[in-house]
Write a protein that binds this ligand. Structure first.
Ligand code: PGA
Length: 248
């Protein structure tokens, strides 16, 4: 089967001040001929300015999280509608840091993905095993449970991207081996196909966890890898562009 058009997405996490918009300008300037879709999820404080000044066909912006309600008395939360109103086209849901720091459950992540769709956003939904789960050989079971629990029923190729991010590989400099990535992504594809039929062939599956210019080319060439979710290496345009250059 022909490869899907890859999505390379940067997750800036709690990093970035207004002066960081220069990095976004450099990223935009560097992707005119990119073979992939490119997105950056800056902190919420920068989203509107980034999206209003830099959004175009080549570079998309998104949120790092969304609330489940459209509006209301939820101090500190940001709704999917607000992300869309700020110019966002996508939102990350279920990142392991949200699952850990904020106790987000599969059920909540599922509701957040539905909120994203209600607002017309693409949801990048993150799943991944911890070090202890990998060491006790539970990886594929954990991925299956997370997929079952957090992916809503109306998923399709246009509204969902799955990001496979082994928790132990995030921000650690460790990456999963090619064989482990191949096995995890094949498993995710098979489970999605069981549930969504032929539509699942078009749902992109990103790898995330210490993706860098030096390992991107190898990872992005693996079967069923349809892009990357990049944390640390998305903060500097040169690094992020180096990853984008590795798309097949
Ligand atoms: P990292 O983060 O690239 O810094 O490992 C990835 C992520 O958390 O999405």
């Amino acid at each position: 089967m022909a490869r899907l058009r890859q999505l390379i997405a940067g997750n800036w996490k709690m990093n970035g001040l207004r002066k960081s918009l220069d990095e976004l300008r450099a990223i935009k300037a560097g992707i005119a001929d990119a073979r992939c879709d490119v997105a950056i999820c800056p902190p919420a404080t920068l989203l509107a300015e980034a999206a209003w000044t830099l959004n175009d066909g080549n570079l998309l912006f998104g949120g790092q999280d969304c609330a489940i309600d459209a509006s209301g008395a939820h101090t500190g939360d940001i709704s999917a509608e607000m992300v869309a109103d700020a110019g966002g086209k996508l939102v990350i849901v279920g990142h392991s840091e949200r699952r850990t720091d904020h106790g987000e459950t599969d059920a909540l992540v599922r509701a957040k993905a539905e909120a994203a769709w209600r607002a017309g956003l693409l949801a990048i939904l993150c799943i991944g095993e911890t070090k202890a789960q990998r060491e006790s050989d539970q990886t594929l079971d954990v991925l299956e449970q997370q997929l079952w629990g957090s992916v809503p029923d109306k998923a399709d190729a246009a509204n969902l991207v799955i990001a496979y991010e082994p928790v132990w590989a995030i921000g650690t400099g460790l990456t999963a081996s090619s064989d482990d990535i191949i096995a995890a992504h094949a498993h995710i594809r098979a489970r999605l196909t069981n549930r969504f039929g032929p539509e699942a062939a078009g749902i992109r599956i990103q790898y995330g966890g210490s993706v860098k210019p030096g390992n991107a080319r190898e990872i992005l060439a693996l079967p069923n890898v349809d892009g990357a979710l990049v944390g640390g290496a998305s903060l500097k345009a040169a690094d992020f562009l180096g990853i984008i250059a590795g798309t097949p």
